[in-house]
Design a protein around this ligand. Structure first.
Ligand code: GLU
Length: 314
C-alpha cells in the first residue's frame, strides 16, 4: 500500500483553486479499463478533496488519432456519470498558446532546432545529447536542452519519492515534432498551468514523463502541480492495457461492472458498492466510502507511448 495520497505535496498548488484535478485522454481509441481507472480515480480524488474535475481532450497527435474517438470517449464518460466541472477543452484548438511557450523557450535559449533523424540517434539508443545530424532537413524538430546533471526529484502522492537524471535517462527531448505536431510534454505542461490544475492524477505509465514536465514547468516559470500516479490495470496475462493495442473498450451500455472493476483496482472495498443498481447511486456510494490511502502502488510500468518519438522520420 502506498503512502497517503492527499496531503503529500511536492510543490505548492498551481492555482487559487484548493484542488482542481483533470482527466486528459488522447483520442487514440475508445475508453478502456485503464483509461476508466484514470478517469474514475482522478474523479474520486477530486471529489474527496472537495475540488473540481475537468476533462481535456489531448488531440495534438494527428497521426495517432482515431476518427470519432474523442466524441466516443466523451459519450462514455457521460454514461459512466463522470461529468466535467468545466467545458471540455480540446488541445487541437490551442496552437497559439503552445507557440507562445515555444517562442519563450527559444528566446531564453532553452530550446533549439534539431535536424537529427532517428537513424542519427541509433548509436545513443535514441537519446539526444547533442546534434549529430548527417543532413539538414526542411522540417526540423524543436527540443528542450537538458543540461548534464539535471536530476528531478519529486514525491508522488501514490508511488512515493521519485528521482530521475533527465539528461542520462531521457536527453534533450522533443517539444515540436519533425512532422509539425506539438509534443505531448509541451502541450500537457502548458495546459495544466493554463487551466490552473493543482493535482495531476493519471496512470503509472506516465510516471517517468513527470520529471520532464517538472523541468519544462521550471523552464517556463510555471507552478508545479501535485502528482499522483494510479496503479496500472493489467490484462489476465499481466500485460498493461493500452488504448493503442487490442484492449477491449469498456461498455458504456453496461457501466456498472466496469465501474466496479475500476473500484476494485483502486483497492476499495467491494461491499461499499454492492447495493447500487444505477450509476448515480453507485457514484454516491463511491464518493461516500472512498478511502484514498487504500489505493495500491502500481507495478513497474512500461514507458508510455509519449516517451517515444515514433514520428521522427529516418
Ligand atoms: N493524454 C494522455 C493519455 O491519454 C494522458 C496525459 C496526462 O494525463 O497527463 O495517455
Amino acid at each position: 500500500m502506498g503512502p497517503a495520497v492527499l496531503p503529500t505535496s511536492s510543490a505548492p498548488a498551481a492555482s487559487s483553486a484548493g484542488y482542481r484535478g483533470r482527466f486528459a485522454p488522447s483520442p487514440t481509441g475508445d475508453l478502456h479499463a485503464g483509461s476508466l481507472l484514470a478517469a474514475f480515480g482522478s474523479w474520486l480524488l477530486a471529489h474527496a478533496a472537495g475540488g473540481e474535475w475537468w476533462v481535456r481532450i489531448e488531440d495534438v497527435d494527428g497521426p495517432r488519432e482515431v476518427a470519432g474517438a474523442a466524441d466516443r470517449q466523451l459519450a462514455a464518460l457521460a454514461a459512466f456519470g463522470l461529468a466535467s466541472d468545466a467545458p471540455v477543452v480540446r488541445q487541437s484548438g490551442r496552437d497559439v498558446i503552445y507557440q507562445r511557450a515555444l517562442d519563450q523557450l527559444l528566446a531564453d535559449g532553452r530550446a533549439f532546432t534539431c535536424h537529427c533523424s532517428r537513424t542519427d540517434l541509433v548509436a545513443t539508443g535514441g537519446i539526444h545529447r547533442h546534434c549529430v545530424a548527417s543532413a539538414t532537413r526542411p522540417d526540423p524538430a524543436i527540443r528542450l536542452r537538458v543540461d548534464e546533471g539535471t536530476r528531478i526529484d519529486f514525491i508522488d502522492g501514490i508511488q512515493g519519492p521519485q528521482s530521475q537524471d533527465v539528461a542520462i535517462e531521457v536527453g534533450d527531448f522533443v517539444l515540436k515534432r519533425a512532422d509539425g505536431c506539438w509534443a505531448y510534454q509541451l502541450a500537457v505542461v502548458v495546459d495544466d498551468a493554463d487551466q490552473g490544475i493543482t493535482d495531476v492524477v493519471r496512470g503509472a505509465d506516465l510516471l517517468d514523463s513527470t520529471p520532464r514536465q517538472i523541468l519544462l514547468q521550471r523552464a517556463l516559470r510555471l507552478p508545479t502541480p501535485r502528482y499522483a500516479h494510479l496503479p496500472l490495470v493489467l490484462d489476465p496475462e499481466g500485460r498493461k492495457l493500452s488504448k493503442s493495442d487490442a484492449a477491449q473498450p469498456v461498455n458504456p451500455g453496461d457501466p456498472l461492472p466496469a465501474l466496479r472493476r475500476a473500484w476494485a483496482a483502486l483497492g476499495q472495498a467491494a461491499h461499499a458498492l454492492a447495493g447500487a443498481t444505477r450509476v448515480a447511486d453507485l457514484l454516491v456510494a463511491a464518493r461516500t466510502s472512498f478511502q484514498p490511502d487504500r489505493i495500491p502502488r502500481g507495478v513497474a510500468p512500461p514507458p508510455a507511448l509519449h516517451n517515444r518519438d515514433f514520428t521522427i522520420p529516418d
